[in-house]
Design a protein around this ligand. Structure first.
Ligand SMILES: Cc1cc2nc3c(=O)[nH]c(=O)nc-3n(C[C@H](O)[C@H](O)[C@H](O)COP(=O)(O)O)c2cc1C
Length: 411
């Protein structure tokens, strides 16, 4: 069943935004901003500097975003309960500081860690946007301008303040951008970050289970983590992902369009071949069993009535079938897990199955392959190009692969 539509015009739907609020008079506008982000479907968590709580109450923001607001390192000092700034930094798809004071901008430049928001910023992996708000002279001051320039050079997205009457009574540049304009800016930013938009990708993940009897099966140790990480990254970058999953216990990643759960190679084959002609990309990450028991008993074997031998039969070759019917506009990626360095065998598979690229990982590498949270891969392309990566988390491997495929195969 379709789960989400990446073609939705609302780019903030499902986005996780950490809204940082600092001690500016413009903090009162953060309430409207938080509500606007929520209205557009974003999930929002708020972190306030102690200064910001002088301007607007955490209760107002907590109510608007339906999440507790964090402003201290500790939640209950006496019970030793602390706010996990690292978790907050990793949770977000984006950190938005609005309003951003001159003080917080300076702290960001120098890597200070005096309050919870600064700690979240230092441990964040996601992009950061700031909407400065301050008096005209503070904004044009050489140090503020130099800080903004440094932050922009580091990739921080600066949402330009507006010009008009300021709280000081002066008129000039320094008013925080209007909440709706900030939300529009973020939506445009997310849209620009979606290089896979409009691409339909079918992706297989996990093992297959080939039944021996009513309760036993032939399978393998694939956890599905690599395929699910790829599905997550592709969907986050705008692809319309159809995920065909073998038996795994993993949650469907955010923004995946459709998930089809299967048990056997036959079922996976059926699900894939029925959809392949409508796809732009195929990514075959599943560890499909090459063979299955030739016969399956509907009941359960008991001691004494077990067969003396199990006869095996070949399963359909899903990837080779996709390769045979591949159209010129389609791109097909295979995966190979080899027990040795496997370069030659992977190269053979690349040619034989009419793939555009093959991702190779070796059981010889510690921390790579089945079950681990990390992986170490090489990618071979048609034409001889090959790229190798270091051992990384499967999520980071997925980011590397998705970017490499896009830039190499679909420039
Ligand atoms: C009434 C009032 C309004 C303020 N408005 C701003 C402002 O708009 N921008 C700014 O950079 N600082 C402003 N400040 C100063 C900051 O609150 C101060 O620099 C504080 O240390 C900021 O801390 P923070 O960045 O950790 O929130 C204001 C201070 C007061 C008392």
């Amino acid at each position: 069943m379709p789960l989400a539509s990446p073609s939705s015009e609302n780019m903030l739907t499902g986005r996780r935004i950490v809204l940082g609020i600092t001690g500016s008079i413009a903090a009162y506008k953060s309430a409207t901003l938080a509500r606007e982000l929520r209205r557009r479907g974003a999930e929002v968590r708020v972190v306030m500097t102690p200064g910001a709580t002088e301007f607007i109450t955490p209760l107002t923001l907590a109510t608007l975003v339906d999440n507790p607001v964090h402003s201290d390192f500790t939640e209950d000092e006496h019970a030793g309960v602390w706010t996990n700034h690292v978790e907050l930094g990793i949770w977000g798809d984006l950190i938005l500081i609005a309003p951003a004071t001159a003080n917080t901008l300076a702290a960001m430049v120098h890597g200070q860690c005096d309050n919870l928001l600064q700690a979240v910023l230092l441990s964040a992996r996601c992009p950061v946007a700031v909407a400065p708000a301050m008096d005209l002279d503070m904004f044009t001051h050489a140090s503020t301008q130099s800080n903004l320039k440094t932050l922009a050079e580091r990739g921080v997205d600066i949402i330009d303040p507006g010009t008009g009457p300021l709280a000081s009574g002066l008129v000039g540049k320094g008013r925080m951008a209007e909440p709706e304009d900030i939300a529009d800016h973020l939506a445009r930013r997310f849209a620009a970050d979606l290089p896979w938009r409009g691409k339909r990708v079918i992706l297989t993940a996990g093992p297959t289970h080939e039944p021996l009897d009513a309760v036993r099966f032939l399978g393998n140790r694939s956890s599905g983590k690599m395929g699910f990480a790829l599905a997550e990254v592709l969907a986050a970058r705008g692809a319309e992902v159809t995920l065909v999953a073998g038996p795994v216990s993993l949650e469907t990643p955010l923004r995946v369009h459709e998930r089809i759960d299967v048990q056997t190679a036959e079922e996976m084959n059926e699900a894939v071949q029925a959809r392949w002609k409508d796809m732009d990309w195929g990514v075959a990450c599943a560890a499909v069993s090459d063979f299955k028991p030739a016969e399956t008993t509907s009941g359960k074997w008991h001691r004494g009535d077990m067969p003396e031998a199990v006869v095996l039969a070949e399963n359909p070759d899903i990837l080779a079938t996709m390769g045979r019917s591949k159209q010129p506009h389609q791109t097909l990626i295979g995966f190979a897990l080899e027990s040795d360095d496997g370069q030659a065998s992977a190269q053979g598979k690349l040619e034989r199955k009419n793939l555009d690229a093959i991702v190779l990982n070796s059981l010889k590498d510690d921390g790579a392959g089945f079950g681990h949270d990390t992986n170490k891969v090489s990618v071979l392309f048609q034409g001889g190009k090959s790229v190798s990566f270091e051992l990384k988390s499967k999520y980071d491997v997925a980011c590397d692969l998705v970017e490499l495929w896009r830039t190499t195969l679909n420039p």
